[in-house]
Every structure is written in structure tokens, then in C-alpha cells.
Design a protein around this ligand. Sequence first.
Ligand SMILES: *[C@@H]1O[C@H](CO)[C@@H](O)[C@H](O)[C@H]1NC(C)=O
Ligand SMILES: *[C@@H]1O[C@H](CO)[C@@H](O)[C@H](O)[C@H]1NC(C)=O
Ligand SMILES: *[C@@H]1O[C@H](CO)[C@@H](O)[C@H](O)[C@H]1NC(C)=O
Ligand SMILES: *[C@@H]1O[C@H](CO)[C@@H](O)[C@H](O)[C@H]1NC(C)=O
Ligand SMILES: *[C@@H]1O[C@H](CO)[C@@H](O)[C@H](O)[C@H]1NC(C)=O
Ligand SMILES: *[C@@H]1O[C@H](CO)[C@@H](O)[C@H](O)[C@H]1NC(C)=O
Ligand SMILES: *[C@@H]1O[C@H](CO)[C@@H](O)[C@H](O)[C@H]1NC(C)=O
Ligand SMILES: *[C@@H]1O[C@H](CO)[C@@H](O)[C@H](O)[C@H]1NC(C)=O
Ligand SMILES: *[C@@H]1O[C@H](CO)[C@@H](O)[C@H](O)[C@H]1NC(C)=O
Length: 516
Amino acid sequence: MGIVRNGLLLVLVLIIECNGVPRFANYIQDHMVLQRAPQRAIVWGYGDAGKLTILRMNNKIYRTISSLEVANEVGESIWSVTLDPVSEEGPFDIQVLQPLANGTLVTITIHDVLFGDVWLCSGQSNMQFTVDMMFNATEEIQNAGNFSKIRLFTTSLIPSASPVEELLGINLNWSAASPKTVGGPSWNYMSAVCWLYGRMIHQSLNGRPIGLIATSWGGTPIEFWMPPKALQDCNDTTSKNLPIQQPYNELFQDVPVNHSNLFNSMIYPFTRTVIYGSIWYQGEANSGNPTYACKFAKMIQYWRQIWNNRTNGITDIQFPFGFVQLSTSTNNSAVVGGFPMLRWQQTFNIGYVPNDVVPKVFMAVALDLRDDPNNIHPRTKLDVGYRLSRSGLAVAYGQKVEFQGPIVQNVYYNVEGTTINITYTAVSDIEIRNPDGFEVCCHDSQCSNDAIYVPATITSKSGLTITLTLDRRCFGKPVYSLRYLWRETPCPFKQAAIYSATDSNLPSPPYMKLFY
Ligand SMILES: *[C@@H]1O[C@H](CO)[C@@H](O)[C@H](O)[C@H]1NC(C)=O
Ligand SMILES: *[C@@H]1O[C@H](CO)[C@@H](O)[C@H](O)[C@H]1NC(C)=O
Ligand SMILES: *[C@@H]1O[C@H](CO)[C@@H](O)[C@H](O)[C@H]1NC(C)=O
Ligand SMILES: *[C@@H]1O[C@H](CO)[C@@H](O)[C@H](O)[C@H]1NC(C)=O
Ligand SMILES: *[C@@H]1O[C@H](CO)[C@@H](O)[C@H](O)[C@H]1NC(C)=O
Ligand SMILES: *[C@@H]1O[C@H](CO)[C@@H](O)[C@H](O)[C@H]1NC(C)=O
Ligand SMILES: *[C@@H]1O[C@H](CO)[C@@H](O)[C@H](O)[C@H]1NC(C)=O
Ligand SMILES: *[C@@H]1O[C@H](CO)[C@@H](O)[C@H](O)[C@H]1NC(C)=O
Ligand SMILES: *[C@@H]1O[C@H](CO)[C@@H](O)[C@H](O)[C@H]1NC(C)=O
């Protein structure tokens, strides 16, 4: 809604009967972060229909008229103000004024609002997993008070059958980072990956205010987070009503959840506000699902479209979207399972991001960060936060930081040979930590059988090229398939074969190639 500047509308407003008191939407609160310049932040709330609504902030006055349509059961209508771009970080008070039926002006205020970058963090249990549960939690929580310009917010875990404008529940109101808010109760707040990502980009952006919205739910498949159109585009017309169980739900209840239900209740309410980007850690619950690449791509596309549309084109139609590639689970390095293919699908079947399939997507590789006693919930989140923040700084902020491990550029092999050469790119040099992790299939039409693969060992390195020597069983035979780290839990902690030589925390992502 535009800014209205004349008195004529005042007259119009006065003739409309009304009796409500204005309020902010339930996540527009004290201590929040609104999106900074060059974007324009949106502040919205409820009040009577067709009322002149005045917003005051930092010596500026904005005027709008609340919607004529009733938006909810209690008869309230929505007002929404799009601010001019704000490059000062604040803190600011924001006042909103609306007249009551008898002409009295009511003023409502939120305090201590900062302007910075707003990131939304979503997914399943590895995103919900809280700071108090990670390795190095004590130090992380003790130091949290140093980052009071990082503001935290966590939604409640409640589904909805249809899209809702406001959140159905809040676990943590907007709060400054502190030992208490960062170190909140297990599974409740604060998401470790969300926090670590935000804390690390905050430090690399010279202390820029960062708003972190944590909205995730353990055990949930991607279909719960997809708008209906995204499901349709992937030809998914099924429905699920999975009971999602404790301990993820703080009420310790089994709650039935259907497709799109968490998009409706835990994502859609935020699409009226402007965000900088989103991060995502999900996929364990979809392992073995052949449609994940389509679903992940379509979910990102429709989130972007809906956000862009509902913020009047302000939220970038290609807002940066980061994700954590699946980590590990079983304590048995022989198991292939569904994780390798799911990791591949997370890159839209390319093997790395960003790529041309879905632009402005970045990731943290995590399959070398196993934590056996905690199996599917590795506590090694500090490394995840570091890797995701490097790729966020590069892709979302255009900083020249190293953010990828070595990426396969070319694979050369001679039919009837005994070696394969692989050339890497994206790094200036590679580090080889052990010779294992590659394997090949040299039996045509049987390469879907994991038992047919034999090892191909790294036997030399020259610059960015490594040479693999095939197992004798494949000597002199054509190679039909090559793969790397194709296991649920492929290697000991940080002992994958290939890393960047200049940032030793960046592994080469898992890889596969079919030669037919
Ligand atoms: C207008 O209505 C409000 C709310 O009912 C009341 O508090 C206020 O005193 C009234 N003002 C006048 C001028 O009647
Ligand atoms: C995290 O804690 C481990 C020991 O628990 C320690 O070896 C490691 O250096 C710590 N990492 C950081 C970044 O502080
Ligand atoms: C962060 O806070 C802790 C505890 O208040 C303090 O000891 C530490 O020096 C601070 N670190 C930085 C980097 O400011
Ligand atoms: C959030 O703030 C509201 C308004 O002050 C309060 O009623 C509510 O209890 C708070 N929620 C939490 C989870 O602290
Ligand atoms: C969905 O079905 C249509 C019509 O059969 C087909 O053209 C399209 O390729 C399918 N899309 C996917 C992602 O499978
Ligand atoms: C789940 O959603 C589908 C549509 O996506 C609907 O047809 C079905 O009735 C829903 N099931 C339940 C139990 O609500
Ligand atoms: C949002 O979508 C509606 C309905 O498709 C369309 O009419 C409108 O122009 C779109 N607005 C923007 C800003 O893209
Ligand atoms: C992992 O597997 C090994 C070998 O089976 C076993 O000795 C070890 O106890 C397991 N560790 C955990 C934490 O399950
Ligand atoms: C692989 O590289 C080695 C050493 O650089 C070279 O001698 C060999 O011919 C290459 N093999 C292939 C198949 O390109």
C-alpha cells in the first residue's frame, strides 16, 4: 500500500465505523531486526478497516490507509507501511498511530529496532538442534553477550491446513543474543546452525546487525514446507498425515502434519516482511525419494516468488538460499543407503553449487563431520557454521573468500587402461588426506548394484590433477561409473581424501559420473 499524503483521506476515514485498537503483527516486536538498505523494510499490523495509519521513525512520517477488507475472525484489517531504505543501524523506536471512532489517536510503539540483514533458517532436526547440544557449547554460550546486535527469534511448531497471515505461536520473542537466549532449552532455542551462521557473517560484515528467524521442525519431509504449486510442478498429488513426534515438539505431543502445512504456518507469515536470504538443513526424512531434486528446486523457486510478490517486489526474486548438504548417520562405513543420492539431489544433480539449475544457492559440505554417538545429529556444528558462512559471504555478499573445496573439472581415462586422472578447479591447490574414497563400476548395466564397485586408489598428485589406480578387477575393462564418498558415513572425522590446500576446512563434495 502506498503512502498517502493528503487530508482528503482523513475525511473518508472518519466516516467509517470502527472500534478496534491498532497493533503490530505478532512477530513485529521490540528488539527485532528489519531489513536494511538498499532494500526497503515493511512494517505491518492490524487495526480497523480503511483507517489513516501513521508511522513515525527516525524523524520521518509515513501515512497509509489500512485495508478495507477484514483479515481475520475478530474483524481486524491489515495496515502495511513500506519504509524508505534505511542505512543507519539504529536502534530506533517505531510508532504507529491510528484514530479511534471518536477521533482519539492511539499510539503504539516498538523499541530498540535495528536495521541489518534478516535471514530465515528452516529445515528438520539438524536445523532445530540447539546451541546447548553442540560441541563447544559452553564457550559459544559464554561469549554470546558479545553479539548484542544479533537478534534472535524462534517460531513454535504448529501446522496449519491453509496459509495464515500471523504466526500461530512463538517460542522465542525477538531478543538480543545473550547467554540466556543463545543457550536456551534443548530443541527449543537457539538453532545452532542458524546462530553460528549468523554470528560468523556478522563478524565478517564488521558487526552489521543480523536478524535470525529460526523456524524448523525435526523429522519433517520437504513436502511439508512446499507451497502447493511446487508440489504440483513435481507431479506430487499424494498427501501425508505423518504424526511428528517428541522430542521435537516442545509440547511432547504427536501432531498430524500434511503436505504444505508447515509452509502455511511457519513460512508464509514471514512473506509479508522483507528478508535478505534463507538457510536450510533438511533432507534426512526424504532419503530414498527420487523426486527430491525437483522438490528442492521448486520449493526454492516458489518461496522466492511468493516472498517477492508479497513484499511488492522488494525481497529479491533470487534471494540467496544456503543449505547444509546432509552429514552422516550410521556408524558403519560400508553402508551406502539413501544419503549419497539425496546429497547429489541437493545440488540439483550437478554435484556442486552455485550452478545454473537454480541460481544464488550455496552450501556447506558436511559428510566428513561424523559424530558416532550422536549419529544423525552430529554435534560438529561449528564446522558447519564456518563452511556455510564462507559460502554465504561469497555467494550472498559477493566477498572474495574461498568457499568451495576442490570441484571436479574433468575426468580422463583410457579404455583398457589402469588409471583415471581427475582434474579439479575452484581452488589453487589440493590437499590429499588419504588415498581412499573413489570407486568404479566396470560392469555395464550392473552399476546400480553397490556390491559391483571396486576401489580406485589415489596413487599420485600433480598440481590440480590426481591419478587413481584401478583395482585389478577392472584392469583393461571400460569404466561405466565413478563415484567418490558414496557412503552414508564415508570417512573418519575430517579425513575425506580431498580438501583445499589453502583452507583446510573445505572438503571436495561427493561426486559421481556415469560414462554411458
Ligand atoms: C475515545 O474512545 C476511547 C476508547 O473507548 C476512550 O478511551 C477515549 O477516552 C475516548 N475519547 C473521547 C474524546 O471520547
Ligand atoms: C571445540 O572443542 C574441542 C574440544 O572439545 C577443541 O578441541 C576445539 O579446539 C574447540 N574448537 C574451537 C573452534 O574452539
Ligand atoms: C566475549 O565475552 C567474553 C565473556 O564476556 C569475554 O571474556 C571475551 O573476551 C569476549 N570476546 C570477545 C572476542 O570480545
Ligand atoms: C512474547 O511476548 C509476549 C508479549 O510480551 C508475551 O505475552 C509472550 O509470553 C512472550 N513469549 C515468550 C515465548 O516469551
Ligand atoms: C510432470 O508431468 C508432466 C506431464 O506428464 C511431465 O511433462 C513433466 O515432465 C513431469 N514433471 C516432473 C518433474 O516429473
Ligand atoms: C492432506 O492434504 C491433501 C491436499 O494436499 C488433502 O487432499 C487431504 O485431505 C489432507 N489430509 C488430511 C487428513 O487433512
Ligand atoms: C503478485 O501476484 C499477483 C497475482 O498473481 C499479481 O497480480 C501481482 O502483480 C503480483 N505482484 C508483484 C509485485 O509481483
Ligand atoms: C561404532 O562401531 C564400532 C565398530 O562396530 C564400535 O566398536 C563402536 O562402539 C561404535 N561406536 C558407537 C558410538 O556406536
Ligand atoms: C594421467 O596423468 C599422468 C601423469 O600426469 C599421465 O602420465 C597419464 O598419461 C594420464 N592419464 C590419462 C588417462 O590421461
